[in-house]
Design a binder for this molecule. Structure first.
Ligand code: DOR
Length: 310
């Protein structure tokens, strides 16, 4: 069987698989279950400076081909997650901490706290939450994203990745990649949910979630082609020092394999983890290993980004 042990940002992981931020990672007990699973590592729920209840329920729905969520960033606040990751072995060196601010000042304050802490792991700055009213997805505003990154990298020197929303136009890939290449960003994570989709319950002719009159981020199989395209687009445009995490629509080992082919070097699982629980990681790893063995691929690095074009 092909060994899935894999390097990412100079750290060694037993598997390229992990949870997507937001899924099975809000409470310490969920984080512990991830730690005990076959996942290579974990990322926390996106933390805000203050704890938040999030939006009104119902705010999540499983759909025929995925999920719709309008969670609105419920979380226990930065201190809760920072304390958890910093007190794991080697000060959480292998763990990911997701954060977001509702203003530049708040984002800088979060990152100053992380900077001053013992945490030696990887920070992911979420620039793409679609579910908080009055707070547009920052990474759709190219100038604002650039300005924020300029301020962040004035002081922040721990490994930092950014979580991007999906883009749908080649010009937008060009513009965002040009900005990202100007900064010491460790990785980009493509993609967050496809923002503001809508699903109608055929029994009741109503929307399925309460917040925002039914709009919510779409995940699962619906988003896989968009996730693949975003990973592939950034793989072609980013400097090779910038890694890519692929997220979106993973249900099988084949889906993981395809994100790796497009240029992802870690792969996150969201909707399927929500639906199947933490055993999903062992299943996906077995399925991926079977594919790699059949194709006589000895190590993951041999196939990452090796998608062939016509
Ligand atoms: O789909 C999402 N839902 N993406 C995020 O970044 C945040 C999350 C939420 O809490 O609404």
């Amino acid at each position: 069987m092909t060994n899935l042990t894999h390097e990412f940002l100079g750290r060694t992981f037993t598997s390229p698989l992990m949870n997507a931020a937001g899924v099975h990672c809000e409470s310490i007990s969920e984080l512990r279950e991830l730690q005990q699973s076959a996942a290579g590592t974990l990322i926390t729920k996106t933390a805000t400076l203050q704890p938040r209840q999030g939006n009104q329920s119902p705010r999540y729905a499983d759909l025929p081909f995925g999920s719709l969520n309008a969670m609105g960033l419920p979380n226990f606040g930065l201190d809760y997650y920072l304390d958890f990751v910093s007190t794991q072995p080697a000060n959480g060196r292998q763990l990911f901490l997701s954060v977001t601010g509702f203003s530049t000042a708040e984002t800088l304050e979060l990152l100053h706290k992380i900077s001053a802490s013992d945490f030696q792991g990887i920070t992911e700055l979420n620039l793409s939450c679609p579910n908080v009213e009055g707070h547009p997805q920052l990474a759709y505003d190219f100038a604002a994203t650039k300005q924020l990154l300029q301020q962040v990298f004035n002081f922040f020197d721990k490994p930092l990745g950014i979580k991007l929303p999906p883009y749908f136009d080649l010009a937008h890939f060009d513009q965002m990649a040009t900005i990202i290449n100007q900064f010491p960003i460790a990785y980009v994570n493509c993609i967050n949910s496809i923002g503001n989709g809508l699903f109608i319950d055929p029994q009741t002719d109503t929307v399925v979630t309460r917040p925002k009159t039914g709009f919510g981020g779409i995940g699962g199989a619906y988003v896989k082609p968009t996730a693949l395209a975003n990973v592939w687009a950034f793989h072609q445009r980013l400097e090779s020092r910038i890694a890519i995490i692929g997220t979106g629509g993973v249900r099988t080992g084949r889906d993981v394999y395809e994100l790796l082919l497009c240029g992802a070097s870690m792969v996150q699982v969201g909707t399927q983890l929500h639906q199947e629980g933490v055993d999903v990681f062992a299943r996906l790893e077995t399925e991926l290993q079977e594919i790699l063995t059949a194709k006589k691929i000895d190590q993951l690095t041999d196939m990452i980004g090796q998608l062939q074009t016509l």
